[in-house]
Design a protein around this ligand. Structure first.
Ligand code: TXA
Ligand code: MG
Length: 318
């Protein structure tokens, strides 16, 4: 058991975080999507410490974060079409899966032995500051125990229920994450762009840049982003989706309204995404089954529905 340090996002806090990273210790850092549990992606021992802290199955590859597009090209062969997306959306809430370069120098534990790597250039100023001060690639999954709700604040990271307090050396507190759901993940097959996970950049925005439709993953039962279908992001309570109204004994999450558990006050899906994981945590704490209103399958509503379907899926061992 470690006493997890809560670091401020100033120069001293960032220097302290980088000290831990250089010693091979994972540190939780804010990104614009969710908090990530970051560690040196070149070190097998450091990456293994991420898996240990999260209790994560070791076959799940991690997203590798770098400070700029030039750094991604030292790690992977980005196809032409990926570079167009990089120019439009990096830094930002987008992850691109591309063939790993032989001289990338990444730990095979970070990529789970695959010949591809998921790369992201985060926009959050604290993530940027940590990456620049560290000067190398950081593998970072969401900073929660495996299968639990993703953290969108430092308090979530330290939550005694499903959080990492006592399991990691430090968290840099950068306040709430502005996007609130994980990055959109895209892969490339020839000249086709494949959606591997809906997330913080809406598919509509991506298609506007490409001028062609994004292909939905062919067989959703065999996802190539592992861990995509089973129960994930799970609250403890049962979750009922597409509910028009609560049944007796249920906590209700509305899409719009001034209820403190409503996902937004205006129906804006971007605001709903930013609040989603915090609302789920607060609803879960009430200890009753949860019912949630339908969310339109457009814009960030796709990412919200993806997370809700997995939160409602049958739990392994449950
Ligand atoms: O917003 C985010 O993406 C956050 C922040 C911290 O960057 N990270 C995140 O990481 O959500 P994680 O580990 O919870 O999700 C990573 C997903 C997994 O589903 C993994 O299977 C997929 O990315 N992935 C990583 N590398 C891949 C690869 N080479 N091929 C296919 N999927 C990959
Ligand atoms: Mg996660």
């Amino acid at each position: 058991m470690t006493l997890t340090e809560q670091l401020s996002p100033d120069a001293a806090g960032i220097a302290r975080a980088v000290d831990w990273l250089r010693q091979g210790q994972p540190v939780a850092i804010p990104t614009e999507t969710v908090y990530g549990l970051a560690a040196d992606a070149r070190s097998g021992a450091a990456v293994a410490a991420i898996y240990a802290a999260k209790d994560r199955p070791a076959f799940n590859p991690l997203i590798v974060h770098v400070a700029d597009v030039a750094a991604t090209q030292r790690l992977a062969h980005l196809p032409e079409i990926a570079l167009r997306l990089a120019e439009a959306f990096w830094p930002g809430a987008l992850t691109l899966v591309a063939p790993l370069r032989e001289d990338a120098g990444l730990s095979s534990l970070a990529t789970a032995g695959l010949e591809t790597v998921g790369l992201r250039v985060p926009a959050h100023p604290v993530a940027q500051a940590v990456l620049r001060a560290f000067g190398g690639p950081l593998a970072a999954p969401s900073a929660n125990a495996s299968g639990r709700i993703s953290p969108t604040s430092a308090d979530h990271v330290l939550d005694p229920e499903g959080g990492l307090a006592g399991r990691i050396q430090a968290v840099v507190d950068g306040g709430p994450c502005p996007v609130g759901v994980e990055s959109t993940i895209l892969g490339f097959e020839g000249d086709r762009v494949v959606l591997l996970r809906p997330g913080g950049v809406a598919v509509e925005e991506i298609e506007a840049v490409l001028g062609t439709p994004v292909v939905l993953q062919a067989d959703p039962a065999k996802p190539s982003a592992p861990g995509q279908l089973s129960s994930h992001y799970a609250p403890r309570a049962a979750l009922r989706l597409n509910a028009d109204a609560p049944r007796a004994g249920e906590t209700f999450i509305a899409l719009t309204g001034d209820d403190p558990l409503a996902l937004s006050d205006t129906g804006d899906l971007t605001q709903a995404a930013a609040r989603l994981f915090d609302v789920l945590r607060r609803a879960d704490r009430l200890g009753r089954p949860i019912a949630i209103a339908p969310v339109p399958e457009m814009g960030l509503g796709r990412a919200i529905n993806d997370r809700l379907r997995r939160a409602a899926a049958p739990r392994p061992g449950a």
